[in-house]
Write a protein that binds this ligand. Structure first.
Ligand code: AMP
Ligand code: ZN
Length: 478
């Protein structure tokens, strides 16, 4: 597999540290509110990366944190008059519900910053001992100039950064960081303020800086060197640059071999962000659309391509997914038929000669830096192919074999379930619909077509569309 590595700015052949295993760390959300669909992009994309590695036979250790101590969480707790821990626990639970709806599998571990404080204190102590950090009035800073490769991920020049920062010296006074040795230095540990959560440390009561959290949690749950570190492209600088500085200075080895960054989900050409107020929560969007459509939409673009969120594109995605589901349902219908038709020679040849080519092309697309857009095109072609190769005379085994391929690629690898959202139609309505359908079938048998049409219209007025298929009458919401 070839992966575009932000560090080297080119696609590289992926080589794991240990044969057959991959360790991945993905920066997770700060939990002070419901996640928005921009936050869902890295979740869906890197969950798909994990699934693809598994499809290729790797054992994957997939770690993604929750940042549960942060200014935004503290502000929320003050606004709502509840402890910060209650705010973060509530939104972790809500985030997990959204992940489940989007078929994002739980990580191997979801560490939380507040539960890893001893490890953080250890790392800060080590950095101080090695001369990479210093304490001033209860704040510990990382000494950026002590880490020579600083800027290697974001390709920034340290002197350019310095002159930019000098212009901001007024801002440093405002944040109380004017005691730093150098404007470039960043916070590892900050002292407690009244009413804020804090932990005891050798530098006084306080809390960890955001960058430090990821360095410590990735070290503990993945190792000193990660195969892959991932997140949204806004994290490249300063977050990931600072993680590298901390981890490499403390551990004395390369922090991550491959860095993957997803491009933004945009709205009207602008980044979707809480701070800009132009966001939709996953929760709201899932009320309007099937969450599988959202997942399909996200994967319809390669992850490094900016993706614009619009009603039209979501509706396109919905129609596209519908075509795939229809293809799967046709195969399911044939696979379940009990006509006793045996696998024919022709069908055997199709399975042996034609089908593997689709799987290979799907894998080729995914091997090319997780090109899910091309992989989905292959699925569309495969569905067209299965539609053209199957009819009422096909064998159940043939349809079942084709269905297995479609399920492996769509459901297992891309995580897109080949089923329609369980319609939120209550049981009594379902009974009423089914009774009307039975009555219509009986009317048709008696050649009372006027009554049959009347029932069809009555169902249409109820927002129900019916379809006569070989397997019987099917219905769905309009
Ligand atoms: P945050 O809670 O802001 O730290 O974001 C959590 C994750 O979502 C990070 O990996 C961000 O880079 C990512 N993210 C935030 N907004 C967007 C967006 N509009 N498009 C894609 N990724 C985003
Ligand atoms: Zn991080």
């Amino acid at each position: 597999m070839r992966i575009y590595n932000t560090k080297t700015r080119r696609k590289e052949e992926f080589k794991p540290i240990e044969e057959g295993k991959v360790g991945i760390y993905v920066c997770g959300p700060t939990v002070y509110d419901f996640i928005h669909i921009g936050n869902a992009r890295p979740m869906i994309v890197f969950d798909t990366l994990r699934r693809y590695f598994e499809h290729k036979g790797y054992e994957v250790n997939y770690v993604s944190n929750f940042t549960d101590v942060d200014d935004k969480i503290i502000n929320r707790s003050i606004e709502e008059g509840i402890p910060a821990a209650e705010v973060s626990e509530k939104y972790i639970a809500e985030c997990k519900k959204d992940m489940e709806a989007l078929n994002v599998r739980p990580a191997t571990v979801h560490p939380q910053a507040t539960k890893e404080i001893p490890e953080m204190i250890d790392m800060v102590s080590k950095l101080i001992d090695k001369g990479h950090a210093y304490e001033k009035n209860g704040t510990v800073y990382f000494r950026v100039r002590s880490f020579e490769p600083y800027g290697k991920l974001s390709h920034k020049n340290i002197d350019d950064l310095e002159s930019g920062h000098r212009a901001e010296s007024h801002a440093l006074k405002v944040t109380g960081e004017d005691e730093k040795e150098d404007a470039l230095d960043f916070v590892l540990w900050k002292p407690k303020k009244e009413g804020e959560p804090s932990w005891v440390s050798p530098w006084g009561d306080g809390r960890p800086g955001w960058h430090l959290e990821c360095s410590c949690m990735s070290k503990k749950y993945v190792g000193d060197t990660l195969d892959i570190h991932a997140g949204g492209e806004d994290l490249i600088f300063p977050h990931h640059e600072n993680e590298i500085a901390q981890s490499e200075a403390a551990n004395g080895c390369e922090f991550a071999n491959y860095w993957m960054h997803n491009a933004f989900l945009k709205i009207n050409g602008e980044k979707m962000a809480k701070s800009l107020g132009n966001f939709f929560t996953v929760r709201d969007i899932c009320q309007q659309y099937d969450p599988q459509v959202i997942r399909f939409f996200m994967l319809s673009a390669q992850y490094r391509t900016p993706l614009n969120f619009s009603k039209e594109l979501i509706e396109d995605a919905s129609r596209g997914l519908e075509r795939i589901i229809n293809g799967a349902e046709k195969l399911k219908g044939i696979a379940e038929n009990k006509k006793g038709i045996l696998l024919s020679e022709d069908e055997k040849l199709v399975l042996e000669n034609d089908v593997p080519g689709y799987i290979d092309r799907f894998d080729e697309a995914m091997d090319d830096d997780l090109n899910t857009a091309d992989a989905i095109s292959v699925i569309f072609e495969f569905v067209r192919f299965t539609n053209s190769k199957t009819d009422e005379n096909s064998s159940a085994d043939f349809a079942a074999s084709l269905l297995r391929v479609l399920e492996e690629l769509s459901e297992k690898v891309l995580g897109i379930k080949l089923e329609r959202k369980a319609d939120d139609v209550d049981d009594s309505l379902v009974q009423q619909i089914e009774a009307l359908i039975a009555e219509r079938t009986a009317a048709k048998k008696e050649k009372n077509f006027a009554r049959a049409d009347e029932i069809r219209n009555q169902l249409a007025d109820m927002g129900i569309i019916i379809e006569d298929t070989r397997e019987g009458v099917k219905w769905k919401k309009a």
